[in-house]
Write a protein that binds this ligand. Structure first.
Ligand SMILES: [Zn+2]
Length: 541
């Protein structure tokens, strides 16, 4: 009889194939799951080389799969050796002091980059200026993103480096800030004005080091596979090569499935030809169709409450989208379409419907991404078009909390946002993800908690949750972050459930989520993470 390398025995194995945990043993051999057997059948699979781990009543389950993130940008923004976090600063001086100590301790960084400054919450709210940064007499450019990414605060060297002069005309939609004397003040407003500088800053020579730190964090959180979706957020042109290097050196402990741009199918085909292992692969294409609600760029069927006559906009026309989606289907690429406004969701479904009318049946695992707003008549179209929904429950809670949606769309429309329950009831599927780094926390446990309780995971508020009628069950939430997110990456034959023959990405939590008050889910931790059959993380070790 074949012997196992690892035996995980316990009373709570959530395979994902069934609804409830079962007792037994998960047998791991090489990088695959050998079998799941009852406790009394374990001995035959054990020899002197087998490691037996008694997990008691702690939940044994498939590793978390995050179906939507931007891992490169997330890695560098969360790397304290690349990015200064200024969220908690209370004054211009405090920000400047952080810049100084960062510059002193990071002499080789070509740019000093920071993010999160928020002048309105400073003790003395005012617009900062380049003078305070210039007074540090640094030899390098400084670029500091505001918390909302709408402005950049920089020093004179940064302005010179990008070639912005006192009399440079403003770009369309952006402003180069000036002081009362007409001199540049070091503040650039809106992306058209900040883009050239951000493109330089976000071409990150130390990306690989940042990714290694991020992968360590993911092992601690039990994230064993992710969909890395377009855009990367960086201007590096070596991202796939870095993933490849990490794979070759055995350091890629989270599997990466890439979704490059829908509008470059030829480029995606080339990438797919080059990268197609179960550690690093290309599965489909991604398109950002509309924007976000707070900026009034999400595309709505009815005007914004606080901006009459404005409906938002899309990056492609219906005809263009139809053409791309059809071409992708013909090439065998499923498509992920970012839709936040309800009219964008309608357009995306129209495009799938168009493709269906041309080729008969849609068999690829196409999805809508985010879908903050979708009307019931469109929810009813999901199943017949075979379209699933990749959503980020922490976004929904975060946006309720911030209060940013209410003035834009009003209470009635707000009450129908993020209708996860309705999507499942209509026979479609949910795949969970984080949208890291544009998220509260990348922790999947918090995502599960938010979906089940509709509360924010940090403090567990509000009592009863936001629009609790859209909540889903724990089983549905766990499957959305394992089974269905693997499905959304067309990876379900290899991943997502604990079944014989599948890749051994397995985690063990520090409790059984099925046995506790749902309000306590947010406190759960990962004790063990197995990636590709190897024990890559042990809590406290
Ligand atoms: Zn995203």
């Amino acid at each position: 009889m074949e012997k196992a390398d690892f035996v995980l025995k316990g009373s709570a194995i959530f395979t994902g194939a069934g609804d409830k945990p079962i007792s037994g043993c998960v047998l791991i051999k090489g990088n695959r799951i050998l079998k799941i057997v009852p406790l009394d059948r374990m001995t035959g699979y054990i020899d002197e080389k087998t490691t037996v781990i008694n997990c008691g009543d702690h939940l044994i389950m498939p590793g978390f799969n995050d179906s939507h993130m931007h891992i490169s940008l997330g890695s560098v923004q969360n790397d304290p050796d690349f990015c200064i976090q200024m969220m908690n600063c209370k004054s211009e001086e405090e920000c400047v002091q952080m810049v100084k100590s960062f510059a002193d301790s990071h002499p080789d960084n070509p740019w000093i980059y920071g993010t999160g400054w928020y002048a309105e919450v400073w003790d003395n709210p005012h617009t900062p200026s380049k003078e305070s940064l210039d007074a540090l007499n640094l030899d390098r450019p400084v670029c500091l993103n505001s918390f909302d990414l709408h402005s950049v605060w920089c020093n004179s060297i940064a302005l010179e480096k990008i070639g912005i002069k006192k009399d440079t005309p403003n770009p369309q939609g952006g402003i180069y800030g000036h002081d009362e004397q007409g001199e540049l003040n070091g503040i650039l407003y809106e992306p058209p004005a900040t883009k050239a500088m951000m493109d330089e800053v976000l071409n990150v020579p130390t990306l690989k080091q940042s990714l290694l730190k991020c992968l360590k964090h993911f092992r601690e959180l039990g994230i064993t596979s992710v969909a890395d979706v377009y855009p990367s957020g960086l201007t590096n042109d070596n991202i796939p090569e870095i993933f490849d290097e990490l794979e070759q050196s055995g350091e890629l402990t989270t599997r990466i499935t890439s979704f490059p741009s829908l509008t470059d199918i030829a480029g995606a085909k080339e990438l797919k030809r080059k990268y197609h292992t179960n550690k690093h692969r290309v599965a489909g294409l991604k398109q950002v169709l509309d924007g976000v609600v707070e900026a009034h760029t999400a595309f709505l069927s009815k005007e914004y409450d606080n901006d009459p006559g404005k409906f938002g906009d899309t990056s492609l026309t219906q005809d263009e989208l139809n053409k791309y989606v059809l071409a992708a289907q013909k090439e065998g690429f499923p498509v992920k379409i970012h839709t936040i406004g309800d009219q964008a969701s309608t357009m995306a479904l129209n495009a799938y419907e168009y493709a269906k009318s041309k080729i008969g049946k849609l068999t690829l695992h196409n999805s809508l991404e985010h879908i903050d707003m979708i009307r019931q008549d469109d929810i009813d179209r999901l199943k017949s078009l075979n379209v699933m929904c990749a959503v980020q429950p922490q976004h929904c809670i975060g946006d309720y909390m911030s209060g940013g949606y209410l003035p834009c769309i009003g209470k009635e429309r707000l009450s129908h946002t993020w209708p996860y329950r309705e999507i499942l009831d209509a026979g479609s599927h949910l795949a969970f993800g984080s949208d890291f780094p544009a998220v509260y926390s990348v922790n999947p446990i918090w995502t599960i908690y938010a979906a089940v309780t509709r509360c924010e995971p940090n403090e567990g508020k509000p009592d009863g949750g936001y629009f609790r009628e859209h909540a889903i069950t724990l089983t549905e939430a766990l499957q959305a972050h394992t089974k269905w997110s693997a499905y959304a990456e067309s990876f379900e034959n290899e991943l997502g459930t604990l079944e014989p023959g599948k890749l051994a990405d397995v985690i063990v939590l520090d409790r059984n989520l099925f046995d506790i008050d749902p309000q306590k889910i947010r406190f759960a931790k990962v004790n063990l993470t197995f990636s590709d059959g190897k024990l890559v993380y042990k809590r406290g070790k």
